[in-house]
Design a binder for this molecule. Structure first.
Ligand code: CO
Length: 470
């Protein structure tokens, strides 16, 4: 009998980024991560996703931690495993377009501080918004992975995906990710999509999905059988629900087959044992809401990501209009159509979601229009796959002439001015980047940091005084 050809599926572990972003509002602290990374480093993961996405904002804003410091500590612990981050193209980790000099500097500093693989995506799949980040990553000898924001709609044919994947390969991406943030990709569609993409490109394909609609583990199985090279999973205490399928489950699924990861299930069990009490604490405190843990088939019906569903609920709650939830859910696809049928992922998901809420709550469509909706309809986020509805566009932006170029072509370099504005708080080069993305939050953090340092200095002086009485 001929020996079976081995092509082990590679695993990207998400527990230190997407999993806790999806289940506990990105609140896992560096202190909670560090004790276990030595063991995680021995598993044999293709990479550990541990930075970027919402972790940067949450570290500064809620945890009062320096995200750069977290990255350096993780790098010191992960000696054998590649570190991965999520990067929103020209939006970096923020919600607006930044100048090219900021994007380039951010990429440079991310790699210098320890990132190996940068997953870069654009919420409109406008690949012009990826160019600067991809070029910068290649220049710094990083691995630029481009992610396609996966979505459904008339425009998103197999031809569309094959064509854009080819463009991405030609742009210099080292791998391609199908980023299914809403968990819309069903198992047999995955077979079809991965097979088609494999015909179109030769760089490795990574599938990233969420368990939200309950099909994710089966989707991974079919995708891997069709030739998908890498899958994203989370250790079981932070898996499933709006997070990823469980690492241990996928490892066991492929055991003994040509896709066998070879991972040690005992080692994985020790890692899970470490995270389980953290999960229990999060459940006890309410940080982990049981609502995000079950199967939510509405995400398939309305094609909205799980995170967006919970945002809509909280927006309506604040307005005491919870009874409008169903009406808003029905309005979301209509707004999406008016806005050129973009994928729903940060920041387009927030833009479409908030506009849908306003359309329903105000009683008249586009009577109230957010600044972000106007920007989107003015072309300031880039090009959508379909044209905007001309009447809606006219009602929202009037006679303003929309732009058609790459949006960042109109943004002057920003770094020099930013450096000036925050100079008095600067303690490391990277601080200007924190300030660029979240000016107010970063300033608050810098002030907090100074106050802490003064406290520490005082206590050291105090101890020294005690040790050496004068
Ligand atoms: Co995700």
């Amino acid at each position: 009998m001929a020996e079976q050809v081995k092509k082990p599926v590679k695993i990207t572990e998400t527990i230190l980024r997407d999993a806790h972003q999806s289940l506990i509002a990105t609140r896992m602290t560096t202190e909670q991560m560090l004790p276990i990374i030595d063991k995680m480093d021995k598993v044999g993961y293709h990479s550990v996703e541990c930075w970027g996405g919402a972790t940067f904002d949450a570290s500064l804003r809620f945890l009062k931690e320096d995200p750069w410091e977290r990255l350096r500590k993780l790098k010191a612990g992960f000696k054998n495993t590649k570190l991965q981050m999520l990067f929103r193209g020209q939006n970096i980790l923020g919600y607006n377009h930044y100048a090219d000099d900021v994007v380039e500097y951010f990429v440079q500093k991310s790699i210098a501080n320890g990132i190996d693989i940068i997953r870069i995506f654009d919420c409109l799949n406008d690949i012009r918004n990826l160019e600067t980040a991809v070029k910068a990553a290649n220049k710094e000898n990083g691995h630029a992975q481009i992610a396609l924001s996966y979505t459904l709609g008339d425009a998103y044919t197999m031809e569309y995906w094959k064509d854009i994947a080819k463009k991405i390969e030609d742009m210099g991406a080292k791998s391609l990710c199908i980023k299914d943030m809403a968990g819309l990709l069903t198992p047999y569609q995955a077979t079809e999509l991965v097979t088609a993409l494999k015909e179109s490109i030769s760089i490795p394909i990574d599938l990233h999905t969420h368990y939200t609609s309950g099909v994710a583990a089966m989707t991974y199985l079919k995708a891997v059988e069709a030739g998908c090279d890498i899958i994203d999973t989370a250790m079981s205490p932070f898996a499933m629900g709006t997070s990823q399928p469980a690492t241990e489950v996928m490892v066991e699924t492929f055991r003994g087959t040509e896709y066998d990861t070879g991972f040690d299930q005992n080692l994985l069990a020790e890692i899970a044992d470490y995270f389980r009490p953290i999960r229990e604490d999060c459940l006890q405190s309410g940080l982990m809401n049981t609502k995000v843990l079950g199967v939510n088939i509405k995400t398939l019906m309305y094609q909205v990501p799980g995170g967006m569903l919970s945002n809509l609920v909280s927006q309506l709650k604040e307005m005491h209009q919870e009874d409008k939830y169903e009406a808003v859910l029905e309005e979301v696809p209509r707004v999406r159509k008016d806005f050129g049928e973009p994928p729903l992922v940060t920041p387009s998901s927030q833009i479409v979601g908030t506009q849908a809420v306003l359309n329903v709550v105000s009683g008249e469509r586009y009577k109230m229009v957010t600044k972000e909706s106007k920007k989107l309809l003015s072309g300031e986020f880039g090009q959508t796959v379909k044209p905007f509805d001309p009447e809606v566009q006219k009602k929202c932006i009037g006679d303003t002439k929309p732009i058609t170029c790459r949006p960042a072509d109109l943004i002057e370099p920003q770094l020099e001015q930013l450096e000036k504005e925050m100079a008095q708080y600067k303690q490391q080069d990277e601080d200007v980047l924190s300030y660029a993305l979240f000016p107010q939050v970063a300033l608050d953090f810098f002030k907090y940091r100074e106050a802490q340092q003064t406290k520490v200095d005082a206590s050291i002086a105090d101890k020294e005084n005690k040790a050496y009485p004068v």
